[in-house]
Design a protein around this ligand. Structure first.
Ligand code: ADP
Ligand code: ASP
Ligand code: MG
Length: 438
């Protein structure tokens, strides 16, 4: 009888240099008798660096090849610490980057997002090639799978939406037989393909989501995401001191926190695994034997206060120009304009003649939205804000989080308080976390 399939995802931090790649291999070696489907991100900060290549090409600033060369050299350098001098992996790395060279030799494409996906996706392609070659080098037989042959998306570049029926069909036809052959199968996070075979990406940090898509389609026994933290913590340790690990979380709790900015798990990850009751472990690649956090359908009711901070928020105050009520037909119109731009709404509130909406201020979407509605509505936009979400709040936690900040909008339900604030400390200045978070 074949053993159940388990899905492991390793992110950029776990692959940021040769020693980290060795560490990942040593984790995987412990599971060599099991059927592990591996999803990897681009190495370290490669995606950010590739974004700069795209920007430079679009601006025609003359630095594009130089920026690409730096990324390429980093990958060669990393590979040189893992492979002998004359290994075929060097050709593979070169071939991956040649795709970008061809793209940037041409004039920038009119559709920036299309161009972005064709270039940025190479980060994951090259990283998965290197890890696959290294595992094979260590006699850990590993097949390489192109995620674009399985994950079908619509053609909204940079934020492709998965077409589940076709993706499931391709996973059954392509990925499952590979798993049945034995050994590991490795693929890329973050990327997919349109029905016309153009590469798409699923949104920044989307590799966790890819792992969930494969977990769903392959009916995985469980899924593990290997991070640089011991598990899910009560708040982001980069922002707060004295946070503690949460041992067990329900899917519901996890989806609430990640939706509002707990960056440890991509928010789209929970739904597919919840739908098939696949448990999710958040584990530390630094301490692989640590217990991590176990996320499942189990109901826990004794949670500590948990804080998520979402940066780069814009608060739009939309009001009618003629003092008429913001009525249902206005709302319907506004939401259609919001949905068409895939603006993420994080909080909203309305009064008789105004509608306050807090959204992620990424790209140029907020300006485009404001422009589209300006003939019918007055719009005031406040930018550079933070949205703080607190689950299982206490008065002490709220007080401490609000100190030194101007609260522009607040919403409270039984378990959750959210507030949009201004003038919050910069990331490097750690706030003292109230005792309830310890
Ligand atoms: P990956 O390497 O998979 O891309 P990420 O960097 O996206 O991993 O996620 C891990 C980071 O998430 C941690 O380093 C931590 O700073 C941040 N983080 C934010 N909120 C939390 C939280 N509640 N618990 C743990 N980590 C968190
Ligand atoms: N490499 C992509 C990013 O940095 C996807 C991911 O790491 O999850 O956004
Ligand atoms: Mg990440």
């Amino acid at each position: 009888m074949t053993s159940p399939i388990r899905v492991f995802k390793f992110g950029g931090a776990s692959l940021r240099d040769a020693n980290n790649v060795k560490n990942v291999a040593s984790i995987l070696a412990k599971y060599k008798e099991e059927r592990i489907f591996i999803v990897v991100s681009a190495m370290g900060k490669t995606t950010n660096a590739l974004e700069k290549v795209v920007e430079s090409h679009a601006k025609r600033d003359g630095k594009t090849f130089e920026l690409l060369e730096e990324i390429k050299q980093k990958h060669y350098e990393l590979a040189s610490q893992l492979f002998p001098e004359k290994h075929e992996v060097y050709n593979t790395i070169n071939d991956s980057f040649v795709e970008i060279e061809w793209a940037i030799e041409d004039e920038p494409h009119d559709n920036y997002d299309y161009m972005y996906d064709q270039i940025v996706s190479v980060g994951e392609l090259v990283s998965s090639r290197i890890v696959a070659a290294y595992l094979n080098e260590l006699n850990l037989p590993t097949q390489w799978l192109d995620a674009r042959d399985v994950i079908l998306t619509d053609d909204i570049f940079r934020e492709g939406w998965v077409q589940w029926k076709d993706t499931q069909e391709r996973a059954d036809r392509i990925a499952r037989p590979m798993m049945d052959k034995g050994g590991f199968v490795i693929t890329q996070g973050f990327i997919g393909s349109t029905s016309e075979n153009f590469t798409t990406t699923l949104g920044r940090e989307g590799s966790d989501y890819t792992a969930a898509i494969f977990s769903y389609c392959l009916d995985a026994q469980d899924m593990s995401i290997w991070k640089d933290v011991p598990g899910v913590l009560t708040a982001d340790p980069r922002i707060f001191d004295n946070v503690v690990k949460i041992d067990r979380l329900s899917y519901k709790e996890a989806i609430e926190m990640t939706y509002y900015g707990a960056k440890v798990i991509h928010p789209k990850t929970i739904k597919p695994i919840q739908n098939k009751s696949i448990p999710l472990y958040v584990k530390s690649f630094i301490d692989p034997d640590g217990e991590g956090t176990y996320i499942s359908s189990e109901i826990e009711d004794n949670y500590p206060a948990m804080v998520a901070v979402e940066r780069d928020q814009a608060l739009m105050l939309i009001s009618t120009k003629d003092f008429s009520f913001v009525a249902e037909h206005h709302m319907s119109y506004l939401f259609t304009e919001i949905a068409n731009r895939r603006l993420q709404v994080n909080m909203m509130q309305n009064t008789a003649i105004s509608f306050g909406v807090c959204v992620n201020d990424t790209d140029d979407k907020v300006n485009q939205f404001a422009d589209a509605i300006k003939d019918n509505f007055k719009v005031i936009i406040d930018r550079g804000l933070e949205l703080i979400t607190v689950r299982h709040y206490t008065a002490e936690v709220l007080e401490s989080l609000k100190r030194g900040k101007i609260v522009l909008q607040e919403k409270r339900t039984k378990n959750t308080v959210q507030f949009v604030v201004k003038h919050v400390p910069v990331i490097r200045r750690k706030s003292n976390v109230p005792s309830d978070l310890r």
